[in-house]
Design a protein around this ligand. Structure first.
Ligand code: UD1
Length: 429
């Protein structure tokens, strides 16, 4: 297994190309199950989770082909074609689903198209209990019968799903996506209230509309779907990864550097940008991407609370916490989306960070200097926070278990090296 070795102390300067969004790509790939025609996705990132989803879809009978193009700092502009001419299996087995929680996104489209779907209960990141009860109660509202037995969810609607009014009891990105996919082929009108408003959901809506779906209220918490009998093929370009962009923005800020994030969209990370500005970092749109700089300004402590979009994303909490470890003053970080999402804290403490946690709150008191140490990645975004800390730590930091990073960051070490970081991937002995 590989590890990432970082020698801290380099200031980042240059251009980083931002790839397609993993969290948009996964539901978009699942949308291919809704039609027997080809769905062609461009700007597909080269990531382990994308391969996992492609394998899962392949197992359901989807023909997946990929054309790649190597580019600056990784594969950019990959095009994936997905054709679900026939669904050959309506079961998503444990072995594939356990690798990635987002596998549950096949449930809605398969039951909508085939009248039955059996999907293993998902695994995924170790960030607290992550139930799928909302996915299931939403499908029930659309007329599916749900049974959970021996670790499998079985949804059936032999006569097809029917439109309904469904109020999400809690904002859920995945459940909103799953139910949107299902409602597109339901009979009649569905009204979703308190739906998630993440840009990835807007991206999914735009692709579904290109496939012939009828959705109103895109970008708002109330989505109205007029079910159609069939959807057709389409071409869609996946939105840029806002979490990757936010992570590199924080990497620039922590090293006091200046970086341009090519292809990134500032309007997708406004809440994080607002907090970054308060730390003394400049962040603005430039050349169609994002310009970030903290040259010659002191890094100031700022409080953050995570919230559903348009709030501060939970997927940037760990990275922001790492940024605060060397800020001037104390910062209070409150995590409201997931329980148990401070697993990066004990590792950062090993690097000399002064952090105390209580419940869903962490208090970070900035220290003058972090020290390099061997650390262990526990989940995707926690791993990124350790890399950020390593960039400014004195000496060598080695991040182990980087398969977490490979799930969500395309060629991270290459991209960082291109802007001056001293970082390499080495074999763990
Ligand atoms: C998605 C993102 C993940 C991000 C999260 C929140 C993908 C592939 N993953 O995850 O990176 O951190 O949104 O922005 O897009 N919940 C329930 N019951 C449910 C579903 C969710 O209680 O049926 C809870 C969760 O435990 C969590 C909260 O709702 O506390 C939000 O979760 P959700 O928005 O569903 O996250 P995911 O879609 O899994």
């Amino acid at each position: 297994m590989d590890k990432i070795r970082i020698r801290g102390g380099q200031t980042l300067n240059g251009v980083i190309r931002i790839g397609g969004a993993k969290n948009a790509a996964l539901p978009l790939m699942a949308a291919s199950l809704l039609t027997d025609e080809a769905l062609v996705l461009s700007n597909v990132p080269h990531l382990a989770d994308i391969t996992t989803m492609a394998n899962l879809l392949g197992q359901h009978g989807v023909l997946v082909s990929l054309e790649g193009q190597a580019g600056n700092g990784g594969h950019v502009g990959r095009v994936m074609s997905l054709t679900a001419g026939e669904i050959t299996s309506t079961t998503a087995p444990y072995d594939l689903v356990r690798r990635m929680r987002a596998s549950v996104l096949v449930l809605g489209p398969i039951v909508a198209r085939e009248g039955v779907a059996t999907v293993s209960l998902p695994g995924g990141c170790a960030i607290g209990t992550r139930p799928v009860d909302i996915h299931l109660s939403g499908l029930e509202a659309l007329g599916a019968e749900i049974e959970v037995e021996a670790g499998y969810i079985r949804a059936s609607a032999p006569k097809g799903l029917r439109g309904a009014r469904y109020v999400f009891p809690k904002v859920s990105v995945g459940a909103t996506e799953n139910l949107l996919l299902a409602a597109s082929l339901a009979k009649g009108e569905t009204i979703f209230e308190n739906a998630a408003r993440e840009p990835e959901i807007t991206d999914l809506c735009e692709c579904l509309i290109a496939m012939g779906a009828k959705i109103d209220g895109v970008g708002t918490a109330t989505l109205t779907v007029q079910g159609v009998d069939r959807l057709h093929g389409a071409e869609h370009s996946i939105m840029p990864d806002r979490i990757e962009a936010g992570t590199y923005a924080m990497a620039a800020a922590i090293t006091g550097g200046t970086v341009e994030l090519e292809g990134a969209r500032l309007d997708h990370i406004e809440a994080a940008a607002a907090q970054l500005r308060k730390t003394g970092t400049t962040i603005e749109t430039r050349n169609g991407g994002i310009f970030v700089s903290r040259a010659n300004t002191e890094l100031l402590a700022v409080d953050v609370e995570t919230d559903p979009y348009p709030g501060f994303p939970t997927d940037l909490q760990a990275q922001f916490l790492a940024l605060m470890t060397t800020a001037k003053g104390a910062s209070v970080i409150t995590e409201t989306i997931f329980e148990n999402r401070f697993m990066h804290v004990p590792e950062l403490q090993r690097m000399g960070a002064d952090v105390t946690t209580q419940g869903n709150t962490a208090v970070v008191r900035g220290v003058d200097q972090l020290n390099g140490a061997p650390v262990m990645a526990s989940d995707l975004r926690a791993s990124a926070s350790l890399v950020l800390a390593g960039l400014v730590a004195d000496g060598v930091t080695e991040v182990r278990r980087i398969y977490h990073l490979d799930r969500g960051y395309e060629r991270l070490e290459e991209k960082l090296r291109l802007v001056g970081a001293d970082v390499e991937r080495v074999e763990d002995s």
